[in-house]
Design a protein. Structure first.
Length: 338
């Protein structure tokens, strides 16, 4: 069975074609194309299949790693996004943890929220920490708010109500209202993106998911259609930030999990080589994986065949090595230094 790996970097798009029957591999490299990296993929696929004298229909599995999501966040090229939250909590994205990452800097620059203040609307509703409804969701006010957002050209909506992790009923109702009134709008619920305590981190992750969702969905739809046009009918998997694989549907629903998709692939290559060393009888309980690309270089530790995972990650830092200077995202991600 033939498998194809595709990794899009800042400079090059790399491909590996693997024949699982005998372990033979072919490697391809082409320039990453801007502003649409899909063309670079198609160029690379054509090149490597020509060298292998195979049609794309012979490939049964494609695994893809991409920096599309992290680039969209860093470059602020995501969708026009709104936030619906519990009334009185519209400013949680800016208040954060009230922590200054450099207490002596009088001109400190904090990370700018992905959702502007004018697109954050508080909705009358309240659920307590145990999931008990204290104030019912005001559906009439919600519908008016959604109409306002539609007039403002919003493409994607993040919904993060207080204590929704304990009772997601209000969020689900709000999501249904948005989808019913404006089917073209994407909806991200905090109770699905990050169903856990800590409203700031939950809201931040949900806002980021909503921000990159239209872009990611469009890209993956076009990727699937372009490959299908060349008679590919196999499976497509996307590398997530934890070095695991997710389906196209999973990636489109929770694109925030792809923040470190590209770099994670480099670490998982290190996992593979550590296993190869172990099979060859070489003792290597710990391995340092170093991945240098055209834009950045990253390093990560692999211990006993597993990468180190963290749930404390920041995107788009104002200062690269300063904790607290970025947008927090509590997702499983391979612990890397850049």
């Amino acid at each position: 069975m033939m498998k194809l790996g595709i990794d899009i970097g800042g400079t090059f798009t790399d491909l590996v074609l693997l024949d699982e029957r005998d372990g033979r591999m072919l490697f391809g490299k082409t320039l990453t194309t801007y502003p649409d990296p899909l063309q670079g993929i198609l160029n690379g696929v054509e090149q490597i299949l020509r060298e292998a004298s195979l049609p794309l229909s012979a490939v049964r599995t494609i695994v893809h790693g991409t920096t599309l999501v992290t680039n969209a966040v860093i470059e602020r090229k995501g969708a026009r996004t709104a936030l619906l939250t519990t009334q009185g909590f519209e400013d949680v994205l800016e208040i954060g943890r009230e922590m200054r990452y450099d207490i002596y800097d009088l001109f400190l620059t904090m990370p700018k929220p992905l959702v502007p203040r004018a697109l954050r609307i508080g909705i009358r509703e309240r659920i307590d920490k145990s999931g008990r409804v204290l104030e019912p969701l005001d559906v009439a006010q919600l519908e008016q708010a959604v109409d306002v957002l539609a007039r403002k050209g919003v493409q994607s909506v993040a919904i993060s109500f207080l204590h929704a992790f304990a009772n997601p009923a209000h969020e689900r109702t709000a999501g249904d209202v948005v989808r019913r009134k404006y089917p073209h709008m994407q909806v991200s619920l905090s109770s699905e993106v990050l169903p856990e305590i800590r409203e700031y981190e939950r809201t931040s992750a949900t806002a980021m998911n909503a921000y990159v969702q239209p872009l990611t969905q469009d890209y993956l739809h076009r990727l699937k259609d372009a490959l299908a046009a060349q008679n590919f009918d196999g499976e497509i998997f996307i590398m997530n930030s934890a070095g695991r694989l997710t389906t196209l549907e999973g990636a489109q629903r929770f694109p925030v999990q792809l923040l470190e998709s590209g770099p994670a692939g480099g670490t998982m290559a290190g996992v593979f080589f550590q296993k190869q060393l172990a099979e060859a009888g070489t003792e290597a309980s710990s391995l340092l994986a170093f991945d240098m690309g055209g834009t950045t270089a990253k390093a990560s530790m692999i211990r006993h065949g597993q990468p180190e995972i963290t749930h404390h990650f920041e995107a788009a830092r104002e200062r690269r090595f300063k904790k607290g200077s970025g947008l927090p995202v509590r997702i499983p991600v391979i612990d890397m230094i850049e």
